[in-house]
Write a protein that binds this ligand. Structure first.
Ligand code: SDX
Length: 431
């Protein structure tokens, strides 16, 4: 079949070019503009990349209009209902669901990587005690490259594989330690015979003076939260990891950049911001005032947990997250949790509000995430750390796909609007 193209004409010069249209397996096709500058001497401009695909990818597909999210073709709802987080890690990394023996070997390898070097523990002592766990995570992830010199050659597949198992295996340990340090409690060692999520919750919540016990339903709810956060195609943090990694920086440095990007309140930091917002709203009768503020173009206030660059009808993860929050609260006999009831009312009012409908501002994954995690016992300053832990497997996949694609270094151009060339004026001759 003849190549499909888009014809671009520069009306100033009559210069024209037929640019190829590339069709993927799902979603919108793309126009390949890689030779645009050569043909027209022009750059394209798309701040925020609203209409720009940065790469080809086979990992995750998001349809924002239909509220579809697929990990390697599998709907995230099915994976959250039926799979485990480590099985989803395998799927995202390998592209297929594992056989029984592949799955067992994968889990064993990850759980053998949960210990961290005792020297790494000393890093924590350098932080103020009230450091935000995300600040510690950024530092600790960067520090990985100061410890693992035997797996930094990113052209070596064995090094890449060793790095990914170290990342997935050790992240829960450094994440739990980041929290323990911030509350002045002793670190809890990992237990490799536990499941991945239970091991994390034990290191996070156990205190040496008491036996640790947690309901399997709460562990399962946490695992579903990890699955829902595992990847989300080319969001800000994944794009940061790809761009950082495109300079051939080691994976730990690239993932550390991803954690930094995720921390922002308009991205992964929104889960903590949602809880702060709900506490500030306080009661149903105050919702109206906050909705008005969210609609006021002169007020920087945004309704946290609402809106998304891609989802304009609903975020399938938000629906799942609401159910998880309901399950956790009913397990704890707290169905009438005031913050949950407030979030439900907020969603109902925003759903019927013309502004929110017109602008496609639906609940996103963060609206109920913090409520569910808080009920499980996760401290609010750890919500984004949990997000970073879960998303690290997605970032690793994106990084590996980028390395494998032999893409050259990412280097966007600009529309320059600054001063034209001018000569230096010595200080004594200036007014
Ligand atoms: C995540 O990219 C990903 O995939 C991210 C993520 C992932 O899994 O990696 O899905 C995770 O980051 C979810 C989003 C969490 N953030 C929040 O809940 C913070 C609140 N949301 C907003 O900050 C905002 O919705 C963004 C940042 C998420 C999206 O911002 P955009 O792309 O600018 O939104 P838009 O272009 O669709 O906005 C359209 C209009 C704008 O107003 P106008 O300029 O047209 O007048 O809606 C307004 C926005 O100002 N708007 C909001 C709003 N979000 C957008 N108004 C009030 N409240 C909001 N929450």
């Amino acid at each position: 079949m003849a190549e499909e193209t888009v014809t671009i004409v520069d009306n100033r010069t009559g210069n024209r070019a037929d640019l190829p249209i590339l069709q993927g397996t799902e979603g919108p096709s793309v126009v390949d503009i890689s030779r645009f500058y050569k043909e027209f001497g022009l750059f394209t401009l798309d701040p925020g990349f609203q209409s720009t695909a940065s790469c080809e990818s086979a990992i995750t597909f998001v349809d924002g209009d239909e509220g579809i999210l697929l990990y390697r073709g599998y709907p995230v709802e099915q994976l959250a209902e039926k799979s485990t987080f480590l099985e989803v890690c395998y799927l995202l990394l390998e592209g297929e669901l594992p056989t029984r023996s592949q799955y067992d070997r994968f889990c064993r390898t990850v759980m053998q990587e949960t210990m961290i070097d005792e020297q790494m523990r000393n890093f924590y002592k350098g932080y103020r005690h009230d450091a935000h766990p995300m600040a510690i995570m950024v530092g600790m992830m960067g520090a990985f490259s100061a410890f693992f010199h035997d797996s930094l050659d990113i052209q070596n597949p064995k090094h890449r594989e060793l790095s990914l198992f170290r990342l997935i295996g050790k992240l829960p340990t450094i994440a739990a330690a980041s929290y323990k340090y911030s509350v002045g409690q002793p670190f809890i060692f990992p237990k490799s015979k536990l499941g991945y999520i239970e091991n994390f919750l034990r290191m996070l919540l156990k205190v040496p003076s008491a036996k640790f016990k947690i309901s399997p339903r709460l562990v399962r709810a946490m695992e579903q939260i990890f699955i829902l956060h595992a990847d989300h195609e080319q969001g800000a943090s994944a794009s940061t990891v790809r761009l950082a990694g495109s300079s051939m920086a080691n994976p730990f440095a690239a993932i550390s950049a991803g954690i930094s990007s995720l921390w922002g309140p308009t991205h992964g930091g929104a889960d903590e911001a949602v809880l702060q917002m709900l506490r500030e709203i306080g009661s149903v009768d105050r919702i109206g005032a906050y909705i008005q503020r969210a609609k006021d173009p002169n007020d920087p206030f945004r309704l946290m947990g609402f809106g998304h660059r891609v989802y304009k009808k609903y975020d399938p993860r938000a629906r799942m997250m609401k159910k998880i929050a309901q399950d956790v609260l009913s397990e704890l006999g707290r169905e009438d949790d005031p913050l949950f009831q407030l979030a439900l009312k907020l969603e109902e009012i925003a759903h019927d509000d013309d502004y929110f409908c017109r602008k496609g501002l639906c609940p996103n994954i963060e609206l109920y995430s913090g409520i569910a995690q808080s009920a499980i016992g996760i401290p609010s300053n750890m919500f984004t750390v949990v997000f970073a832990m879960a998303r690290s497997v997605g970032w690793i996949c994106q990084w590996m796909e980028m390395i494998g694609s032999k893409e050259s270094i990412g280097r966007p151009r600009q529309l320059y609007v600054g001063a034209s060339c001018r000569d230096y004026v010595p200080l004594h001759r200036r007014p």
